[in-house]
Design a protein around this ligand. Structure first.
Ligand code: SPD
Length: 371
């Protein structure tokens, strides 16, 4: 994704001019030529419900917003975009905000799950790094602001195990002596297999996908395969010594590495995935004005930096860069180089295009999960 590549390379580029704040009220979005979304619950204006990736925000930042606004923030978490969308489509839960990755944004738009952001009303929108503005996956930032980003790596706990190489072959190769976990995330797992085989993480070629499927079939049949797990769970398993290696979002591992010097993460030499997570307002949001104020709050430089300093994820906010912890910048896996992007060692996950392709990925994943 060209624009996403620019996003990372152009972190320090110039800002958009400051935007004007518009009058807000607790009704769903109006105007913009779109249908007015209908909340499924009447909002009380006092409770903000967020559906987000686990371990992805500083609790202090949440407390500060609650104090400032005199509201309660409730956060539920998920471990994959697919499970998040399934829950939203299933109804039954009224969230105001969600936290999808770039590559499912348009899926959510087509499923009518989102309402326009009305970015003109966000006084801190101009803080976003230029490279993250107007992305291919959301032209004009109609629905989203960038939240955080990270590549996916392989992690280990050197107190218990030190990998003999920096290759995905530790997991995908013929050996079966290592205990390992894979992320509970279809695009990450299939993407890793595709990278190991020398293909794009967005491959739509049936032959390539068959090879990835066969490789993954063999992989999950190994006695060393322990589980499909979320990032924080994998970190805990590494700490507890129940696995030797874990596929993990770099940020989730670094959160533990700051306190436990044995935890390490690397980007496998054959290449890996990266994606940007966003904040979006859900179409059925009971409190869209409060949701918009939360997004604006998160875009404040110190708030945005506090979130990254806590979560160890990449920060797309130009004005926040000065407040980032130097530890973050010292981590190679946290800072892929321009060369890593140029050579596709780090490749953005994009939305799958092409009639049957998403179904092929679904089929592979369903088979793996029902092994
Ligand atoms: N614990 C936070 C996880 C954030 C994951 N972000 C991107 C995932 C894309 N597959």
């Amino acid at each position: 994704m060209k624009r996403s590549l620019c996003a990372v390379l152009l972190l320090s580029c110039t800002l958009l001019s400051a935007c004007h704040r518009v009058q807000e009220k607790d009704t769903a979005a109006e105007g913009n030529g779109t249908t007015t979304p209908q909340p499924s619950d009447p909002g009380d204006g006092k409770t903000l419900r967020i559906f987000m990736w686990s371990d992805y925000i500083d609790p202090q930042v949440v407390k500060e917003f609650e104090k400032r606004e005199g509201v309660k923030v409730v956060i539920d978490t998920y471990e994959s975009n697919e499970s998040m969308i399934a829950k939203l489509q299933g109804g039954g839960a009224s969230y105001d905000l969600a936290n999808p990755s770039n590559y499912v944004l348009q899926t959510m738009v087509r499923a009518k799950l989102l309402q326009p952001l009305q970015k003109e009303g966000l006084k801190n929108f101009g803080n976003i790094s230029a490279g993250f503005l107007n992305p291919d996956f959301d032209p004009g930032n109609t629905y989203s602001v960038p939240y955080q980003f990270a590549a996916t790596g392989l992690a280990y706990n050197s107190a218990r195990y030190t990998p003999p190489s920096d290759s995905w072959s530790l997991i995908f190769g013929p050996g079966d002596t290592v205990r390992f976990a894979l992320l509970d995330d279809p695009r990450e797992v299939i993407g890793a297999a595709l990278k190991y085989l020398g293909y794009s993480v967005d491959s739509d070629k049936v032959e390539e996908l068959k090879k990835a499927r066969d490789l993954l079939r063999r992989t999950v049949q190994k006695k060393g395969f322990e589980s499909f797990s979320g990032g924080p769970e994998t970190r805990n398993k590494l700490l507890a010594g129940s696995i030797d290696l874990g596929q993990i979002y770099v940020g989730d591992l670094l959160q533990g590495a700051a306190e436990n010097k044995g935890l390490h993460v690397f980007l496998p030499r054959e290449g890996t995935t990266i994606s940007t997570d966003t904040l979006v307002i859900l179409r059925g949001s009971p409190n869209p004005a409060l949701a918009r104020r939360f997004i604006d709050y998160v875009l404040e430089p110190r708030v945005s930096a506090a979130i990254s300093n806590y979560t160890f994820y990449g920060n797309p906010n130009r004005a926040a860069q000065a407040f980032l912890d130097p530890f973050l910048k010292s981590q190679k896996a946290f800072n892929p180089s321009p060369e890593d992007f140029r050579t596709d060692k780090v490749e953005f996950i994009n939305e799958l295009k092409g009639g049957n392709t998403p179904r092929l990925y679904d089929r592979i994943w369903t088979e793996l999960k029902s092994r």
